[in-house]
Write a protein that binds this ligand. Structure first.
Ligand code: ADP
Ligand code: MG
Length: 218
């Protein structure tokens, strides 16, 4: 469940970005749709507590994200949010399996090797567990990042431009995978995109429209 009311964020020396209110039931899908620079990634950062709103609030699973202390916020994010970033941020110093293991370190939990194995299996990439990220194709690397995002079984999956560099077949596969994974966890799925293919592929989704001036259309 995600609810936002009067949400705004101002980068230093910039006009505030104002976001339309949105309400998505648990397990629902929301598309953040708009051109580059319209504020989609900023919205995702607010919903995951990476940024604090300058006005208004966003509640995720009943928790007001801006109301958490900085320390509580990191733990909350690790526990509840599965983030698939646009830039995947996989460490090439580590194997695929150890990249996933980092999630446990970041959450202050003992590394659960069996859970890492299960997550890789679920996404059909367990054969890649010993590889370094530089030895993966783009699509494989994205699956690894998705496995990492799903490791702690989050209630919310946030994906930033997950289809931006994919051809049509890979785009359809990536969306299917996101949808299936979200459905398995009954997670709320939020996809930020300027890709018209995503809107076509997910006709049931709610859409939050962002206009080019970073104000909000809906
Ligand atoms: P989108 O994801 O839709 O491309 P962003 O949320 O990344 O849009 O950016 C929204 C606006 O905020 C843009 O005008 C961008 O230039 C500005 N912006 C993004 N990050 C920063 C930052 N760290 N400092 C200042 N301005 C930023
Ligand atoms: Mg963006």
């Amino acid at each position: 469940m995600i609810d936002s009311r009067g949400l705004q964020f101002a980068y230093p020396h910039s006009e505030p970005l104002r976001f339309a209110d949105v309400s998505v039931a648990q397990g629902g899908t929301l598309l953040l749709r708009g051109p580059s620079g319209s504020g989609k990634s900023t919205w995702l950062a607010l919903a995951s507590g990476l940024l604090t709103p300058t006005a208004g609030e966003v509640e995720v699973g009943g928790q007001s994200v801006g109301g958490l202390s900085a320390a509580a916020r990191d733990a909350w994010r690790a526990r509840h949010i599965g983030f698939l970033p646009q830039k995947l941020h996989l460490s090439d110093a580590l194997s695929v399996a150890d990249n996933l293991g980092l999630v446990f370190f970041a959450s202050g939990l003992p590394v659960d090797r069996a859970a890492v194995h299960r997550a890789l299996q679920l996404l059909d990439i367990d054969s890649l567990s010993a590889r370094k990220p530089s030895q993966l194709s783009g699509g494989q690397a994205q699956r690894v990042a998705l496995a990492r995002a799903l490791l702690l079984r989050p209630g919310v999956i946030l994906a930033d431009e997950p289809t931006a560099s994919l051809d049509d077949a890979a785009c359809a596969a990536a969306l299917d995978l996101l949808r299936t994974c979200a459905a398995n966890l009954n997670a709320t799925l939020v996809i930020a995109t300027h890709d018209a293919r995503v809107v076509q592929a997910l006709p049931q989704a709610s859409v939050l429209g962002f206009d080019a001036r970073a104000a909000v259309a809906v």
